[in-house]
Design a binder for this molecule. Structure first.
Ligand SMILES: C[S@@+](CC[C@H](N)C(=O)[O-])C[C@H]1O[C@@H](n2cnc3c(N)ncnc32)[C@H](O)[C@@H]1O
Length: 187
């Protein structure tokens, strides 16, 4: 089947969307680094041989920042030049950024393999989404993976003006417990 080659079944839908938004040389943000898998996927999408492209990564747990750093350094020689990891709440992203991102990715919830007591919470996720909406380049995308039953589901009420934003919610019809994907496109 031709479709399977283009979109490998193992590739999550959010990454398939990111790939259509990002170009080599772009800046992107991983707002929830966790173990660094999304950060690495983003780095591979934007890094080019000339050393352009840039990723900002945020997490509030030092173990997550450390795991992400190790994964990136094991997988890419470009990490030190092209990635800035910050042990900082994503609601404060504006304190660190020096470039406008084309994509800000949130994968909400707790650190896989870590304690379940530290999770993303609406009190900081909502301000972070607003910060992301301010810094995003026009034409860029905010991607948010939200788990069913998680307190962060209240962010589904996020209000962005229809004149400036196209907002979609992707839901798996045949797997109701699967996370929802919010795609917020800045016009
Ligand atoms: C589901 S994990 C992310 C998984 C990650 N994207 C990956 O590929 O492994 C969610 C992460 O969000 C982090 N987190 C929770 N609250 C945060 C906040 N206010 N700012 C930044 N990160 C936060 C958690 O520490 C956790 O590592």
């Amino acid at each position: 089947m031709p479709g399977l080659e283009r979109y490998p079944i193992c590739c999550p839908v959010d990454r398939q969307v990111w790939r259509n938004v990002l170009r080599k040389g772009d800046c992107a943000i991983d707002a929830t680094c966790g173990n660094g898998h999304d950060t690495l996927a983003l780095l591979r999408m934007v890094a080019d041989e000339s050393g352009s492209g840039f990723i900002y990564g945020f997490d509030i747990q030092s173990s997550a920042i450390e795991s992400t750093r190790c994964l990136l350094e094991d997988s890419s020689t470009q990490t030190r030049r092209l990635v800035k990891l910050s042990l900082l709440c994503h609601s404060k992203m504006e304190e660190v950024l020096q470039k406008a991102p084309w994509l800000v990715a949130f994968n909400l919830g707790y650190l896989p393999g870590g304690g379940k007591d530290i999770i993303t919470l609406p009190g900081t996720t909502l301000p972070a989404l607003h910060a992301a909406s301010r810094v995003l380049a026009p034409g860029g995308l905010i991607s948010v993976l939200v788990y069913v039953g998680h307190p962060d589901r209240t962010i589904l009420r996020v209000q962005l003006a229809a004149e400036s934003w196209s907002c979609c919610k992707l839901e798996r019809l045949n797997r109701p417990s699967a996370p929802l994907l919010l795609l917020l496109l800045k016009k």
